[in-house]
Design a protein. Structure first.
Length: 158
């Protein structure tokens, strides 16, 4: 069973027993080498202020969103930059469909199994990264927001 190993001054590593570390949450990308999603991440326009710069997988397992009606910006940034996301199975994240991995809120065991599964499935890593990037582009991109605002203004002016 894969496990997390804390590292001094850095992110945790995922390892299998009797093996050398295969990946780090926020360090080395998917197992087997350079990620094909690195180019979209670098060209995402998120800039130096992006807190996700050194992260290759977003692990975001809240048990509640505190009454927030929207999807947290951190999740959208991770998806937009081609990073797979592992989220809790809260109703608000249902809109993200198959672009993310989900585990029941508060279930640490199932949440912990998701990164291990992802490391064992390098192809799934790339598929999730591409689905997430496409989802954000289609549903949260500038064209979509412009159309929503235009419809809102037409409604207000009529």
């Amino acid at each position: 069973m894969p496990r997390f190993e804390p590292t001094r001054g850095g992110p945790a590593r995922w390892t299998h027993p009797n093996e050398t570390p295969r990946g780090r949450l926020g360090g080395q990308g998917p197992p087997g080498g350079r990620s094909r999603t690195r180019a979209p991440a670098q060209g995402s326009g998120l800039g130096r202020a992006c807190l996700l710069a050194g992260v290759h997988v977003l692990l975001f397992p809240p048990t509640a969103l505190g009454g927030r009606a929207d999807i947290p910006l951190t999740v959208l940034q991770a998806l937009a930059s081609g990073r797979p996301a592992i989220l809790s199975d809260l109703p608000r994240f249902a809109d993200l469909g198959h672009a993310v991995l989900r585990a029941p809120a508060g279930d640490a065991r199932r949440t912990g199994q998701q990164p291990a599964w992802l490391l064992d499935q390098p192809r799934s890593w790339d598929v999730l990264a591409e689905r997430g990037r496409a989802l954000v582009e289609d549903h949260f991109g500038p064209e979509r927001f412009a159309a929503r605002y235009a419809a809102l203004y037409r409604e207000l002016l009529s």
